[in-house]
Design a binder for this molecule. Structure first.
Ligand SMILES: CC(C)(COP(=O)(O)OP(=O)(O)OC[C@H]1O[C@@H](n2cnc3c(N)ncnc32)[C@H](O)[C@@H]1OP(=O)(O)O)[C@@H](O)C(=O)NCCC(=O)NCCS
Length: 333
């Protein structure tokens, strides 16, 4: 018989605040066209992207995270000292150790909150949200700050016409806290490592250093293969998340998929047979693909513009490098 006391957590968890930070510099397609043979029309019609934001040297991973988190904490109406854990999802923080989450937790004024980074590509927000829910229900934190942040402009090969136009920079953050009723549904998540080669860093850091490469590593992808996988497999995962939460498409208010390509978003809307009344995030047009930041950034914008409102039921799904994915239904803060 175990002598360990059971932990005391909240019955449920919910997102209680959201915040975003978009770098000041707005980059239109014309700038991308300086280095690749393409056209504004092609980029808009094949991806949906019109502009994206690129960070300045001062808009670091930590600085953008702190801005977004400050807004999320204010939105939640809590004090930073109530945050028990900080989870940062990123693939573009260039120092392997320590985790950037510890610096962010300190600068935000948390009371020695647990802090760590996770690497789950464009599914990173959903992975972080799932961990946060677990911590709150299990009782190891009352409030958890989940941040998705990327400076993908640092990892973009501007001479690669297959990817140069896709990526952007930014940070999105949510505060997750206790709830009396279910407000974050079961997560449907997973990985398909047999497809790991379809999105990856061009050269691993050790090879880069050992072989004296002159071109900085970048993100490379087999666009068509990833596109097909996203369109066929991710609609099924999204449906499973709806089923797991017991929500029909009619009951859904908002759909916030990972912002990778507007054609993937439109295809998922069609496959899921989402009714007209469902608000669909198409933040990609002016934000590009910001990987782990894309879902919280899109969520923040929908709420700020009034297209979505507090208490709405939203389906969120992230997918990307790994390949990994995570989908869940949430109540918006
Ligand atoms: C990258 C992406 C927008 C490319 O669109 P696509 O329709 O698949 O384009 P393709 O690679 O099939 O290329 C189609 C044609 O356009 C051309 N092309 C490719 N890039 C181009 C560019 N930047 N400008 C103009 N033409 C281009 C190709 O050469 C090809 O020409 P061809 O038909 O004469 O051979 C799309 O594949 C995509 O969004 N993929 C998924 C991204 C994603 O979800 N990532 C996951 C998370 S990070």
């Amino acid at each position: 018989m175990s002598k360990i006391k059971p932990s005391k957590g909240a019955p449920y968890a919910r997102i209680v605040g959201v915040g975003g930070y978009r770098p000041t510099r707005v980059v239109p397609n014309e700038v991308i066209l300086e280095k690749i043979d393409s056209s504004d029309e092609w980029i808009r019609s094949r991806s949906g992207i019109e502009t994206r934001h690129w960070a300045s040297p001062e808009e670091t991973v930590a600085a953008m995270s702190i801005e977004a988190s400050g807004k999320a904490i204010a939105d939640a109406g809590i004090d930073a000292r109530q945050i028990g854990a900080v989870v940062v999802s990123t693939v573009s923080h260039f120092s392997q150790t320590p985790a950037i989450a510890t610096e962010i937790a300190d600068k935000l004024g948390t009371d020695k909150a647990a802090a760590f980074d996770i690497s789950a590509g464009c599914a990173g927000f959903g992975y972080g949200l799932t961990l946060a829910k677990g911590m709150i229900v299990e009782g190891s934190a009352e409030y958890v700050l989940v941040i998705g942040v990327e400076r993908l402009s640092d990892l973009t090969d501007l001479e690669d016409r297959a990817t140069a136009f896709l990526f952007g920079d930014g940070a999105g953050a949510v505060v997750v806290g206790p709830s009396r009723e279910p407000a974050i549904g079961p997560t449907v998540w997973g990985s398909e490592g047999d497809k790991a080669e379809t999105i990856k860093q061009t050269v691993p850091w050790d090879t880069y250093a050992a072989e004296g490469h002159t071109k900085f590593p970048a993100i490379t992808q087999e666009g068509q293969a990833v596109f097909r996988w996203a369109v066929f497999e991710m609609a099924k995962v999204a449906q499973q998340a709806l089923d797991a939460a017991g929500i029909t498409p009619d009951e859904l208010d908002v759909f916030i998929p990972h912002q990778a390509n507007v054609r993937i978003i439109d295809s998922m809307v069609k496959t899921l047979k989402l009714p007209e009344h469902v608000t669909v995030a198409r933040d990609i047009r002016t934000t590009g693909n910001t990987s782990a930041a894309s879902i919280p950034l899109a969520m923040e914008r929908l709420l700020a513009t009034g297209e979505a409102k507090s208490g709405d039921t939203a389906l969120v799904i992230g997918f990307g490098a790994g390949l990994v994915y995570a989908a869940t239904v949430v109540t918006l803060p």
